[in-house]
Design a protein around this ligand. Structure first.
Ligand code: G1P
Ligand code: ZN
Length: 543
């Protein structure tokens, strides 16, 4: 087989963000752009010759062409086996699991997660290491560094590989295994959860709707919910991965899954509804007339995790990202589980999971998972909830109200100011940072500031420090305002503002979230000088 060295010139913008290198499709389509980045990844890794690489994507536009490039370059760079999902499809959690199960060297996931797809949308490349988790910053920094000086890449000149048939092909001594994207993952889920109890619940007439939002989870959901659990045909909607996600924005939240939310607040509502994002690592859960906040979801999962046999000998602790509400902290304290507060981004959970410190982890951004893999996992979260419902015979709303009755309700919301000029956003935050020491004890409306600090993090396992992971302002009543810049956007800057307010009065558990947080939101605008810096009166999205 003819391995060619192809001369190229560096692009200077290949700096990966929170989760891989995400760029507009048009950027990725530039000559050698993808090839440069893939080779920069391989050039930064050692000892993969003869080993296994898992490759798959969320089916978005350009997945098809890109996966051929990745496979051919992996062959040229002398991996021993390339394991690829049929038709190039693999969810992010499935890749994480396959890497672990087959002791692969690593994996390449073609996804920009929940960012829109299509010719005008985003594309992305993410590398996961042998533990199944996304490459850590030291490694992604190395990719970036390499990409700035790259002069050649390795490629084989062969026809496109047929990915439509499951089976093994030998290409010049390299094995290309086309696998069923769902099979191994589905078997694993059956090991973790009580499928029998869930099946029984469906037999008793329980009705669910799962909206795959035309992302990668369609095939997983059809197989697991409809076929294995008997949820009934038609329970899964938007179940075929489409290159442009059928025009949907595959982000399962109140804004982009509004159609599902509306259905669950109408007379058509079923018992339980859920959705996942483009690459299958996020989840949204709804009950009848009820939206389950991801922070509350983590708290309730923490309450019930000891009822799931798979976890009974692994109850180490709970981890949540800093902006995730402190609802889970109350439960963890009651259950005597250590609670870890990490910076935003799944990678920070990795060391805690590896060191048997955390069993379950969650983020307010509709992400949760456990030590079963090293990515967040949408289908897993939905199955966890189905298992809780089967176990308790109660519904989502009742279980959440029970949580609130016991600990109080942490009213929670995220306001995003999107597509800001990067300099403006940075100046706003730098100005705030300078003023933090002077904010302590100041009063705004009924709120008095208890502390106002930059969140710096020291990993309890490795001692590694991460600075500047957002700003936390605590008030004396326990309320909290957090702000940080998004690290996953593909253009401009997104300023995120997170609000938490704890209300313990049992007669005030069902108030309108935005109304409860109204004063706090105004206080934040004042402290951050949002209008002054951005000229904006309102956030772009509220979730
Ligand atoms: C966002 C979420 C974060 C999540 C990440 C990847 O990152 O806030 O919780 O881990 O996407 O899905 P951000 O854009 O805020 O940096
Ligand atoms: Zn995702």
């Amino acid at each position: 087989m003819d391995i060619k060295s192809i001369t190229t010139k560096p692009y200077l913008d290949q700096k990966p963000g929170t989760s891989g290198l995400r760029k507009k499709v048009s950027v990725y389509k530039q000559d050698n752009y993808l090839e440069n980045y893939i080779q920069s990844i391989f050039d930064s890794l050692k000892g993969f010759e003869g080993k296994t690489l898992v490759v798959g994507g969320d089916g978005r536009y350009f997945n098809h062409e890109a996966i051929q490039v990745v496979i051919k370059m992996a062959i040229a760079n002398q991996f021993g086996t390339i394991m690829v999902g049929q038709n190039g499809i693999l969810s992010t959690p499935a890749v994480s699991y396959l890497i672990r199960k087959y002791e692969a060297f690593g994996g390449i996931i073609l996804t920009a997660s929940h960012n829109p797809g299509g010719p005008d949308g985003d594309f992305g490349v993410k590398f996961n290491t042998s533990n199944g988790g996304a490459a850590l910053e030291a490694l992604t920094d190395a990719f970036f560094k390499r990409s700035q000086v790259i002069e050649r890449y390795w490629m084989v000149d062969i026809p496109d590989i047929d990915l439509s048939q499951i089976g093994e092909q030998d290409i010049g001594g390299v094995k290309v295994q086309v696998i069923d994207p769902v099979c191994d993952y589905a078997d694993y889920m059956q090991e973790i959860f009580d499928f029998k109890a869930i099946r029984q619940m469906f037999q008793n007439g329980f009705k669910m709707r799962f909206d795959a939002m035309n992302g990668v989870t369609g095939p997983y959901a059809h197989r697991i919910f409809e076929e294995m659990l008997g949820a009934g045909l038609g329970s899964v909607v938007h179940g075929t991965p489409l290159p442009d996600f059928g025009g949907l924005h595959p982000e399962p939240n109140l804004v982009h899954a509004k159609h599902l939310v509306d259905m669950m607040y109408s007379s058509e509502a079923v018992d339980f509804a859920a959705a996942s994002d483009g690459d299958g690592d996020r989840y949204l859960i709804l009950g009848k007339n009820f939206f389950l906040n991801p922070s509350d979801s983590l708290a309730i999962m923490t309450q019930y995790i000891d009822k799931i046999p798979f976890y009974q000998d692994k109850l180490y602790g709970v981890a949540r990202s800093m902006p995730t509400s402190y609802a889970a902290d109350f439960v963890a304290k009651d259950k005597n589980y250590p609670l870890y507060q990490t910076p935003t981004g799944w990678k920070f959970f990795g060391t805690l999971l590896e060191a048997d410190k955390a069993t379950i982890c969650g983020e307010e951004s509709f992400g949760a998972s456990s030590l079963h893999i090293r990515e967040k996992d949408g289908i897993w979260a939905v199955l966890f909830w189905l298992n809780i419902l089967a176990l308790t015979g109660q519904d989502v709303s009742t279980l959440t109200h029970a949580l609130w009755q016991k600990y109080g309700r942490v009213y929670t919301s995220l306001h995003n100011y999107e597509e800001l000029d990067s300099d403006t956003a940075n100046t706003l935050l730098n100005d705030l940072k300078m003023r933090l020491p002077a904010l302590k004890d100041q009063r705004f409306k009924n709120y008095q500031i208890l502390s106002a600090e930059v969140f710096n993090y020291t990993d309890v396992v490795t001692g590694e420090e991460s600075f500047n992971q957002g700003i936390q302002i605590y008030f004396t009543d326990g309320s909290r305002i957090i702000t940080r810049l998004s690290g996953t956007g593909s253009s401009g800057a997104t300023l995120r503002l997170y609000f938490n307010r704890l209300i313990k009065d049992p007669t005030k558990l069902d108030l309108d979230v935005q109304l409860v947080l109204k004063d706090l939101v105004e206080v934040a605008s004042e402290i951050l000088k949002i209008k002054e810096y951005t000229g904006r009166d309102y956030p772009t999205t509220i979730t």
